[in-house]
Design a protein around this ligand. Structure first.
Ligand code: PXP
Length: 239
């Protein structure tokens, strides 16, 4: 059974636009779970542009809610995340000027640092994941790191679907990376830029066990309400 993780960062973006308290990501986390999300994702960015430390701490204290915390490899963020104790972490690349996470991690460049971080979280029984490009080489390196899961960056694929360009090559790349990861015993997740159409196509890849979707869900909820949007995605990933 495939799972749906809902990224609620942009509830915080909206709150921060006014510098006040509404809409509250803590309430959103509880609400989204009630509507059928299997887990929620939050990204504690270096510049705290959406979720802040207090949000992360409060959200991770909600009982029976599975929280996936996205973190960079920066010492301060890793230290905070170890204190916050989410259920899951996903290590992502981070660049201050980017609008959103632009690609997967550079695994070669940061090999030792990433390995050490994974070890620290595994010692606390926190599920670990690496956000990687759909590359078989990166899957093989991830396996060496003793990580539990990999999340495939689907941004390029999602953009090809949106612009109605040819998707075959990128879909093949994703399929091959997923198959290899699954064969190596890594749990496979997928996320970034996904909407109904791109998720529907990727839901046919049986190795993908979890989708993490944020911006489109929050945006679409303006029109349909978050309950309906979550239900639609749950139906799509089951099909
Ligand atoms: N997965 C990861 C690892 C991410 O960094 C993000 C974006 O924060 C997402 C999924 C969700 O991407 P989007 O908001 O484009 O759906």
């Amino acid at each position: 059974m495939k799972r749906l993780g809902v990224n609620i960062d942009h509830i915080a973006t909206l709150r921060n636009a006014r510098g006040e308290f509404h809409p509250d990501p803590y309430f959103a986390a509880k609400f989204v779970k009630k509507q059928g999300a299997d887990s929620i994702t939050i990204h504690l960015r270096d510049d705290r542009r959406h979720i802040n430390d207090l949000d992360a701490k409060n959200i991770c204290s909600i009982k029976n809610l599975l929280v996936n915390l996205e973190i960079s490899i920066k010492d301060e963020i890793v230290k905070n995340a170890l204190k916050i104790r989410p259920n899951y972490i996903c290590i992502v690349p981070e660049n201050r000027k980017e609008i959103t996470t632009e690609g997967g991690l550079n695994l070669r460049k940061n090999k030792n640092q990433i390995k050490k971080i994974i070890k620290k979280f595994k010692e606390k029984n926190i599920r670990t994941s690496l956000f990687i490009n759909p590359s078989q080489k990166d899957v093989l390196i991830s396996k060496e790191f003793n990580v539990d899961c990999i999340e495939i960056h689907t941004g390029k694929f999602a953009n090809l679907v949106k612009s109605q360009k040819k998707i075959k090559n990128e879909l093949d790349r994703i399929g091959k990376a997923c198959k290899l990861a699954d064969n190596l015993g890594l749990e496979v997740h997928a996320g970034h830029g996904l909407d109904y159409r791109s998720t529907k196509i990727l839901s046919k890849i049986k190795e993908i066990k979890e989708f993490n979707i944020g911006h489109f869900i929050i945006g679409e909820s303006i029109f349909l309400g978050i309950k309906t949007v979550i239900r639609k995605f749950k139906k799509i990933i089951k099909s």
